[in-house]
Design a protein around this ligand. Structure first.
Ligand code: SF4
Length: 240
């Protein structure tokens, strides 16, 4: 399959501007074949997307980053999805020696001490494994929605991912609201992460995510002690 050009990306984004999530996934499956994968952290959007993908093309790969610090509920949903859909979930783990070095030097919970240490931990446990997961791919699918955060307001359904090696990023749920995601989950009996029944509105690492209160921003529970960023490790350009 020929490498996609920036002009083709712009044309696809325009053509798919009003397309449904299913139409976007279908376009991506046709265009990228085996060179595309869904990045799943097993939040609500991700399980809805797995259901959509499984109904369109089971050959689209699914991968997840097991940071080693996930909630038990997240590990449970990984296996529940494997069982229900018969899809392979490729797990990427951080490099052991890097985690050992981080913890031996800074303690096992360094992220609370400074933004620099939090960013370093995210780089070791997410950034580097993500790089490995994306290597060899021409495109990846994400569960990003534009109303999740101000940093996501201008995303397109198809865009060039300049943060991750200029491959294509496909965001089929760009226009969906949280209510639409949950309606889809309920109507299609999609297994979901039980953290959502405990007040969580975003899924991340256990020590860095807390439930949110009614009226709070859905991402307020991520790195709640920081005021600088609420952006996810997968979509945030790591410094250093
Ligand atoms: Fe480390 Fe927290 Fe980032 Fe997870 S979210 S990789 S535990 S700093």
């Amino acid at each position: 399959m020929s490498k996609i050009t920036e002009i083709e990306i712009e044309e696809a984004a325009e053509k798919l501007e009003k397309a449904t999530a299913q139409e976007v996934v279908q376009w991506a499956a046709n265009r990228f074949g085996s060179k595309i994968a869904l990045a799943s952290s097993f939040g609500a959007e991700d399980v809805a997307l797995i259901d959509i993908i499984a109904k369109i093309d089971k050959n689209i790969k699914v991968f997840t980053l097991d940071t080693g610090r996930l909630h038990q509920e997240t590990y449970n949903i990984i296996d529940a999805v494997r069982e229900k859909y018969g899809v392979a979930v490729d797990v990427y783990f951080p490099k052991g020696e890097k985690v050992e070095e981080l913890e031996n030097k800074n303690g096992v919970n360094p992220f609370y001490r400074s933004v620099e240490l939090r960013t370093l931990c995210c780089h070791i446990r997410k950034g580097e494994p993500l790089k490995r997961a994306l290597s060899g791919l021409d495109a990846w699918i994400t569960g990003l929605r534009k109303d999740q955060a101000s940093s996501r307001a201008s995303i397109k359904k198809v865009e060039l991912d300049t943060v991750n090696g200029n491959i294509v990023k496909v965001n089929p749920l760009r226009d969906w609201t949280s209510e639409q995601v949950w309606s889809y989950i309920r109507e299609n009996h999609v297994p979901y992460n039980k953290l959502f029944d405990q007040g969580y509105t975003s899924v991340g690492c256990a020590p860095c995510t807390r439930p949110t209160k009614p009226g709070e921003d859905p991402r307020a529970g991520r790195w709640w002690w920081e005021t600088t960023t609420k952006e996810c490790g997968l979509h945030y350009k790591f410094k250093g």
